[in-house]
Design a binder for this molecule. Sequence first.
Ligand code: ADP
Ligand code: MG
Length: 389
Amino acid sequence: MKLLEYEAKEIFAKYGIPVPQSGGVITDVQQLPEALKKAGSGPWVLKAQVLAGGRGKAGGVKIAKTEAEAQTIAQAMVGMKMVTHQTHGKALVVREVLVNKCSDIKREIYISVAMDRKGERPIIIASAEGGVAIEELAKDKPSAILKVPIDPVRGIEPFQARNLAFKLGIPAKEVGSFGRFVTALAKVFLELDASLVEVNPLIITPEEKLIALDGKIVTDDNALFRQKALAERPDHESTDLELEAKKVGINYIGLDGDIGCMVNGAGLAMATMDTVALAGGMPANFLDVGGGATADQVTAAFKIILTDPKVKAVLINIFGGIMKCDVIAEGVLTAVQKVKLKVPLIVRLEGTNVERGRELLKKSGLKLTAADSLWDAAQKAVKAAKEAK
Ligand code: ADP
Ligand code: MG
């Protein structure tokens, strides 16, 4: 899960990490006056809450000196579409804007905790040259990046924190508070089962105070079963279709192509996507109904595929093991009755109860193309999608 800046900062505050005074997030300009009041005296900073860095350069971080100025900025920012160097050319809609008190900045530092796969432990990555894109710094000036491995059980050791403070040029009287800062950051990482906890920038104010001005937390989905509070948070990253699929217990990820795929088993789903690509097509999704899907889940899966307007053909590739071919066939028939099928349907069934499954589909009078192998099915789907254009 990826958390938005304000969510990360709320967690930081709970762990005693200093963050700017906040007026909270607004979703409507009418909420602005109250948010400004809560954030204290101006100037304020208004920040677009989207899951991408580089907002500053893309007009998503704006300073307002007066309430009138804040009003104008908020008006433009709520609902605006934002493209940053991290959004891969896609525009993200700004639904929430964070209102923070503006801080005076003397220095900007980069600090994060990430997973070092090779070292098999978390690692602190830091640089005295903060504020900028760390990826570029890593490329242009790798020597400016400091790395400190963390013991996954003991957390960061005091001597490691002091050493890092020294290398980052933290003012002598703030070495203690910096130590508490990194210790808490590592604790957030470990306790939330995170894969990344990033503060860019961590600032030093003219009064030599440390403040986390920006925050990013990415957590490991595989640990959500023991992260109840996280699991209850809204998932900002998923599309409506992906959320719908999650509700009914189907693994679905939307993709850019035009062939909707319904498959059982993640491995078979990947093989199907590869085969479609090999046949010259592009899958519209990754969809795994799982090993023990019910007819209801198959119906839901089929509906989800057909809701995607990009889909020009549907390819069903089922290997009936635990999942029986007749259950799949029933699900498809129910779904087709509920959702009007306007695109060609290519079906390849194999395995348990395959005869019954094929029989059911045949008897239904449903217009579909049967395929006898995955390669045959992929080629037929690609051809059908091309002809539909
Ligand atoms: P992003 O990383 O998406 O560009 P940041 O939150 O890092 O967004 O903000 C970009 C820059 O805006 C920061 O490096 C800082 O210079 C300035 N900024 C952000 N928040 C504040 C604040 N509360 N007070 C003053 N300046 C800020
Ligand atoms: Mg930043």
